[in-house]
Design a protein around this ligand. Structure first.
Ligand code: FAD
Length: 549
């Protein structure tokens, strides 16, 4: 099998064009080409009048001919042997696992990172126990809607906490920029497809599955983990992690105290708690686990009519079924030294209330698979850093997040409405008093006013410079009627729970910090990949295998 890269064809090419173009590129005859399958398809829309589809293909000829072609095109990046992308397990437990000397591994958190860690450990025969503070996904959906429809927040079952983790009520974007030489992302996607995600996610370059499909998929993966001997306990928060205080500063994990009062003995714990478990971060620090502060970002959600974004990106081809609803990714480096960028862009979606703490307002975005809501939304955020912006102590980033979220709650009217402003008014520094052509999608509702009060001056200065700059790339971005809603604070974790080359915390043996909360992932796919990596490292240690990772 050969991998043929970078084959470009016009957006509206006919069915025969792909085959013809392969024959022409490789100068081969039609009867030599045995099979063709699309590995990835992306597009290049830089020239709106001439949008190109870009294919990565797997093709087969007879073995001798494949070898000849590889020799003829040696050194050319467009042709290579197709890599083996199948996942290979590093280890398998004996059927009697756990024996008297062994303990089952424990995973804290059942978001994408914990799910993939649990699945891979279960597939290796290691019968993991998963502890998740939130509810199963059906109950959690009801609880989450409680805030959106009735302004009732359940602080243990919401957008951030519960089966599926933070990504469950999301756009379900499944791409990342992490280096992935072992094709672990393919393993994540393949498991998602087995659990009911659409097969096209394996093929398109920017796959997404939307929130409804995610819910079903997560349930199916849970069933598979259980079938393999794993166990998932919802409504079970880890209150305390116990670690030995050892003289060489390397404390071993000994067990956990759970919210139901039980004590669970274990020497191997995957810590996949996401970026919002602030009480758990505090507990870890109090127990002596090594943690560092890290940069994150703050800002607003912006909403435009999706048609404006489609037109700006695709021109006459707006609405083309292959292209779908258009997305964007923007960055601007400001005169005051700050960078502003778009984040978690959700085409044809809605802005959602994403707080997990009472008396606070946080925004985020989600969509359905169809992405056919009226508005496009994305966070527009400013990067901030511990040394400059929250130097006081290790968890000072959390204090800053909390104070901004409380302020947003107050500006919204103290009823979980989010504060909002028209983009035109925000740029002119005039409070908004009435909506115009864009209807905000945030539920339970927005309160119009002066949104600049929600952020520090340097952040407003940067965003006011960036929005007109973004308008040069996406015409209409700075349109008067677009809506800004606040506040975005949960863009990534404010801390890093540092780990070493063995994936264990720098001063706590047996503790495997992972995923977004630990600072090792940003998004569903990268969190899933990280879950696999820590599962492998944990299995090697638990089974005492002599394998380098
Ligand atoms: P999480 O998903 O946060 O999971 C952590 C889990 O740990 C939670 O379920 C929590 O309840 C549990 N937990 C925490 N503390 C404890 C404790 N003490 N005891 C027991 N359990 C505990 N990313 C994308 O790639 N694409 C998107 O389209 C996208 N959209 C998003 C939309 C929204 C509304 C949100 C909130 C996030 C979105 N993200 C998206 C980000 C993505 O969801 C996260 O990057 C990802 O979920 C991180 O995975 P994780 O497993 O590391 O942590």
């Amino acid at each position: 099998m050969l991998r043929l890269n970078d084959l470009k064809l016009p957006l509206n090419h006919d069915e025969t064009a792909l085959r013809k173009s392969i024959l022409a590129r490789l100068a081969i005859q039609d009867d030599e080409l045995k099979t063709v399958s699309i590995f990835k398809r992306s597009y290049d829309a830089r020239k709106k009048g001439d949008i190109q589809l870009i294919y990565q293909l797997d093709i087969s000829l007879d073995a001798k001919r494949e070898a000849e072609l590889l020799a003829r095109f040696e050194g050319k990046s467009f042709l290579s042997p197709s890599p083996d992308t199948d996942y290979k397990f590093l280890a398998h437990a004996q059927s009697d696992f756990p024996n008297e000397q062994q303990q089952r591994p424990v995973i804290i958190g059942f978001g994408p990172c914990g799910i993939l860690a649990a699945l891979v450990l279960a597939q290796m025969g290691l019968k993991p126990i998963v502890l998740e503070r939130g509810q199963d996904v059906r109950q959690r959906t009801k609880d989450t809607w409680g805030l959106w429809r009735e302004r009732k927040l359940n602080t243990e079952s919401n957008v951030q906490y519960g089966e599926g983790g933070a990504g469950t009520f999301s756009d379900g974007k499944l791409y990342s920029q992490v280096k992935d030489r072992r094709f672990l992302g393919r393993k994540v996607m393949t498991e998602f497809v087995k659990a009911g995600a659409p097969e096209e996610i394996l093929m398109v370059s920017k796959p997404h599955i939307g929130t409804f499909k995610l819910v079903k998929m997560v349930e199916n993966i849970r069933a598979e983990i259980t079938r393999l001997g794993g166990e998932i306990r919802f409504n079970t928060k880890v209150d305390v992690i116990h670690r030995e205080q050892s003289s060489d500063a390397q404390g071993q994990i000994t067990g956990l105290t759970l919210s139901n009062g039980q004590h669970l003995q274990t020497h191997h714990v995957v810590l996949a708690i996401g970026h919002s478990a602030r009480d758990t971060f505090e507990m870890l620090l109090n127990q002596g686990v090594y943690i560092e502060p890290k940069p994150f970002s703050i800002g607003f959600r912006i909403e435009h009519p999706q048609s404006v974004i489609d037109k700006a990106r695709f021109g006459e081809q707006a609405g083309h079924p292959i292209l779908g609803a258009a997305d964007y990714k923007l960055v601007h480096h400001c005169k005051n030294g700050r960078s502003v960028y778009s984040f978690c862009m959700c085409p044809g979606g809605t802005v959602v209330a994403a707080t997990s703490e009472e008396g606070r307002v946080v925004t985020n975005g989600m969509s359905q698979y169809s992405r056919n809501e009226r508005n496009a939304n994305a966070a527009v955020v400013v990067g901030i850093e511990p040394d400059k912006d929250y130097p006081e102590h290790v968890l000072a980033g959390i204090d800053l997040q909390r104070s901004l979220e409380t302020l947003a709650y107050q500006l919204g009217g103290e009823n979980y409405n989010a504060p909002a402003q028209l983009v035109g008014d925000y740029l002119r520094n005039t409070p908004s008093t009435a909506l115009a052509s864009v209807t905000p999608s945030y539920k339970p509702g927005v309160s119009l006013g002066d949104l600049s009060k929600a952020l520090p001056d340097f952040a407003n200065e940067a965003i006011r410079e960036a929005i007109p700059a973004f308008d040069k790339q996406i015409k209409g971005f700075a349109m008067n009627d677009a809506i800004l809603t606040g506040i975005e604070t949960r863009t990534s974790s404010p801390i890093c729970i540092k780990r070493g080359r063995d994936y264990q915390n720098l001063n706590t043996r047996g503790l495997y910090p992972a995923g977004e909360g630990a600072g090792y992932a940003g998004g569903i796919l990268s969190a899933g990949i990280d879950g696999i990596k820590v599962a492998e490292a944990l299995a090697i240690d638990l089974l005492k295998l002599d394998i380098a990772i």
